[in-house]
Design a protein around this ligand. Structure first.
Ligand code: UDX
Length: 468
């Protein structure tokens, strides 16, 4: 099928490349000329595992082309709107980029167009788009507007495209429903050659569920899903605080809680709070949407409040151990809002660094991917090429993004090089026994702090010696 994509951001570019991979002919457009030139030269504007290869292959076989917006709008076929909907000051989504695409389509296109809203938008946006298209239509345009919300996670967006749990389509005519089913037919029938699991069988053999609804419901599914997940995280973070205060172990509590099939184990990892461009903005937007329809979604306001407090609480924990932070060297491992991405938008690590700096600390940071993007946002931070250099002479290590490389380090070397061997694990990713066995104090979330084993052993030995 012929498909045009407006917007070459995370969602647009991943969708464009993956739709080309399953056999469609895709034009991908963006208003940002520099981004387009970069993509034509094979440079992706962000890091996403596996995407570069898929984009390169799709360009080689001619199924993916980067074009000016006018060319994408003029092309017949299905038009996916993947432009940004950033938050306005009041938390509502700014829909001006979506409105501009709709106006351009109405003014210039003729014949039939299927317009697919993929960007995250408030409920009733499709309804508004229909009105708008009718109002601006010049050339007898016929159209359907469908909602097809995106559930891709950064860092596993390619995997999520090929192996989604569900595909949601809000469509209100048989023609729109048929076209959308045809777009996703290779995924629904599992007839594509999976580019993610090339050496082994795909772990998800079950085809995704196709959920067909009206457009209002599809739009609501997206905001409700993200808000629910954010709620799970804030819930477990509060339980973690309680564990820490009362001497329980959050890992055990999560095991017991998540084993109930009605609850499930996922999205119950405690830490320094959720970040990224989706959860914080979608949560705020959903609260505003509810308000606009006369509903006070106070529950979600509290989810936001709990998340906002995580940064302050984590800094207070560090302060409690180090007393004052002025002039102290602190190592920060991890800047991205989560691993496998270079995205630092609303990253808790950046908020924590700013608070540490406000207390006078000297921050030495390391992140395998996000250094460049973080450097644009922060000042006064010394960036290092590896975690060892960042930890050298540090009073404490603050692990703020759970990059898997942090699991496999020479802890003896790290402990020996630090001014004080304290490790604050903001993501509970390390094994307490491993860290303490190498002489570090380990502070996790939702658990009692653990002293170094060596120190405990030598204390034990000293006591035994004194007793004898
Ligand atoms: C999210 C949704 O998962 C995805 O469906 C939607 O399309 C976009 O928003 P993303 O923002 O890429 O995806 O990241 P996700 O993996 O969901 O994590 C979001 C944040 O929650 C991260 O900061 C992560 O560290 C945090 N998180 C996640 C936790 O703190 N604990 C958890 O148990 C899970």
């Amino acid at each position: 099928m012929k498909i045009s994509i407006m917007g070459a951001g995370y969602v647009g570019l991943t969708t464009a490349a993956c739709l080309a991979e399953i056999g469609h002919e895709v034009l991908c457009a963006d208003n940002d000329e520099t981004k387009l030139r970069g993509l034509e030269a094979g440079r992706l504007p962000f890091f996403e595992p596996g995407l570069e290869g898929i984009v390169a292959r799709a360009r080689r076989n001619g199924r993916l082309r980067f074009v000016e917006p006018a060319a994408a709008i003029a092309s017949e076929g299905v038009l996916f709107i993947c432009v940004g909907t950033p938050p306005r000051d009041n938390g509502e989504a700014d829909l001006s980029a979506i409105e501009a695409v709709a106006r351009a389509v109405a003014r210039t296109a003729s014949g039939y167009r299927l317009i697919v809203e993929k960007s995250t938008v408030p409920v009733q946006t499709a309804k508004r788009l229909r009105k708008h298209l009718s109002a601006y239509s010049r050339n007898g345009l016929q159209y359907d507007v469908v909602s097809n919300p995106e559930f891709l996670r950064e860092g596993s967006a390619v995997e999520d495209f090929f192996h989604p749990d569900r595909i949601v389509v809000g469509a209100e005519s048989p023609r729109a429903r048929e076209l959308m089913t045809a777009v996703y037919r290779p995924l629904l029938d599992q007839t594509f050659a999976c580019p993610v699991h090339t050496d082994a069988a795909c772990p998800e053999q079950a085809p995704p569920r196709l959920i067909v609804t009206d457009t209002n419901s599809a739009e609501l599914i997206k905001h409700a899903s993200n808000s629910f997940l954010a709620m799970k995280i804030s819930f477990i973070n509060m339980v973690a605080d309680l564990c820490e205060a009362a001497g329980a172990d959050i890992d055990k509590v999560v095991e017991g809680l998540g084993s109930d099939r009605r609850i499930g184990p996922s999205f119950l990892r405690p830490g320094i709070g959720f970040g990224g461009f989706c959860f914080p903005k979608d949560l705020q937007a959903f609260v505003r949407i509810a308000e606009n329809f006369g509903c006070d979604f106070a529950l979600l306001k509290e989810v936001e409040n709990i998340n906002a407090r995580r940064v302050e609480q984590f800094v207070a924990k560090v302060q409690k151990e180090l007393w004052t932070l002025r002039g102290k060297k602190l190592a920060v491992w991890g800047l991205a809002f989560k691993p496998e991405t270079d995205d630092v938008r609303f990253a808790p690590a950046l908020a924590i660094i700013r608070r540490l700096q406000a207390e006078g600390a000297q921050v030495h940071a390391y992140d395998p991917q996000a250094r460049e993007k973080a450097a644009q946002e922060l000042s006064g931070v010394r960036f290092h090429d590896d975690p060892y250099a960042a930890a050298d002479e540090a009073e404490a290590i603050l692990l703020l993004t759970e990059w898997s490389e942090f699991r496999y380090l020479d802890w003896n070397r790290i402990a020996a090089a630090m001014a004080r061997p304290l490790l604050f694990d903001g993501r509970n990713m390390l094994e307490r026994e491993v860290i303490t066995a190498h002489g570090l104090h380990y502070f996790a979330i939702g658990k009692e702090p653990a002293a170094p084993l060596l120190a405990r052993q030598s204390l034990g030995a000293a006591l035994a010696e004194a007793a004898s």
